[in-house]
Design a protein around this ligand. Structure first.
Ligand code: NAD
Ligand code: TYD
Length: 347
């Protein structure tokens, strides 16, 4: 099996690639990644020497390059994760999200359709998406696979659009697809622009912890390795043309999560109790900030037997340990452009 994974040098993609190259030595895995600020080959240095792993540097927005690639290699499946993924960046530069998330996805769909030319048996296009396409929940309720799309940020609008294109290629051209919509991930190799790794890094550096608005926004957090396991399962066992919601059954208000993280960090760094909490600083809210995301993951649980394997407390502990033991990684990704990004967004 020749398997194309896009965005495999990013946060979730690197966990997916690691799992696939390790668990399926009989597959040939091709990791296609543009290596944007979020892509980092260091994320895969423990597996990049395996004989079934190949890296291809490239941009999914470049139509000719993508078509050539699909002509050169007969892929049996695509697991598509490459994306611009940060809401705050999407507010600054929506077009970058249109290019990669929408046009890039359509380029891949076209190339798969052309190269598979109607011979779809045992082919599969797996599109990895987010729960943010469903918009915001109020205080009650959960997102199911039937919840209507109602995206509020340029990021979620671009992901919603790409989901629609994938379904449309299924309906119009019979392209075999599967889609999953997952809640917020956390864990090792997470770029420190997202809440948990950004706050871990700031606590290490004794910098302010910028809490948007009143901090009462709620997210459903899932350990990234559990997401990678769900992707593996859905790719191999999920039903064609179906959507699967993936979630942690683990809702936290931002401020409660941040206080828990502060406690864990104080303990690990041998600091006085509540020292890190003093860094909490309430800042201007994100425009269009979604109040609450929470997933009903009953379908994947009942159909495929998936459920999260670690509690949030265990996952957070593992995550903090990883960042403290990988200070070189953190140093590399927070040098250079990151400093510019940080002062632009948080000054
Ligand atoms: P990430 O930003 O860490 O990684 C994205 C990867 O895509 C990077 O390696 C980057 O170099 C690559 N990439 C970006 N533009 C590209 C292009 N034009 N061509 C080729 N490669 C390109 O993102 P992530 O958090 O790992 O998310 C991966 C996928 O999972 C995304 O599709 C995202 O929407 C989805 N998702 C993320 C979360 C989350 O909590 N992070 C939750 C649900 C779904
Ligand atoms: P984030 O990690 O950006 O994920 P998403 O917006 O995709 O859910 O943010 C998670 C929550 O944390 C969200 O409610 C916004 C909030 N947040 C802050 O309060 N401060 C920050 O500096 C960041 C990056 C996020």
């Amino acid at each position: 099996m020749n398997l194309l994974v896009t965005g495999g040098a990013g946060f979730i993609g690197s966990h997916v690639v690691r799992r696939l190259v390790t668990n399926y030595p009989e597959y040939t895995i091709y990791n296609l990644d543009k290596l944007t600020y979020a892509g980092n080959l260091e994320n895969l240095k423990d597996v990049d020497q395996l004989p079934n792993y190949n890296f291809i540097k490239g941009d999914i927005v470049q139509e000719d390059f993508i078509n050539d690639l699909f002509e050169r290699i007969n892929f049996d499946g695509v697991i598509h994760l490459a994306a611009e993924s940060h809401v705050d960046r999407s507010i600054e530069d929506p077009l970058a999200f249109v290019r990669t998330n929408i046009i890039g996805t359509v380029n891949l769909l076209n190339a798969a359709k052309k190269s598979w030319s109607g011979k779809f048996s045992r082919k599969r296009f797996y599109h990895v998406s987010t729960d943010e396409v469903y918009g915001s929940l109020g205080k009650e309720g959960l997102f199911t696979e039937e919840t209507s799309y109602d995206p509020n940020s340029p990021y979620s609008a671009s992901k919603a659009s790409s989901d629609h294109f994938v379904r449309a290629y299924g309906e119009t051209y019979n392209l075999p697809f599967v889609i999953s919509n997952c809640s917020n991930n956390y864990g090792p190799y997470h770029f420190p622009e997202k809440l948990i790794p950004l706050f871990i890094n700031n606590i290490i550096e004794n910098k302010a912890l910028p809490v948007y608005g009143d901090g009462k926004y709620t997210r459903d957090w899932l350990f990234v390795e559990d997401h990678a396991r769900a992707i593996d399962l859905i790719f191999h066992k999920g039903k064609d043309r179906e959507t699967y919601n993936i979630g942690g059954f683990n809702e936290w208000q931002n401020i409660d999560l941040i206080k828990l993280l502060c406690k864990v960090m104080d303990r690990k760094l041998n600091r006085n109790e509540e020292e890190s909490e003093k860094l909490i600083t309430y800042v201007k809210d994100r425009p269009g900030h979604d109040l609450r995301y929470a997933i009903n993951a009953t379908k994947i649980n009942e159909e495929l037997g998936w459920k999260p394997s670690v509690t949030f407390e265990e996952g957070l502990e593992k995550t903090v340990d990883w960042y403290l033991n990988n200070s070189e990684w953190l140093k590399h990704v927070t040098s250079g452009d990151y400093k510019e990004y940080y002062s632009k967004m948080y000054s």
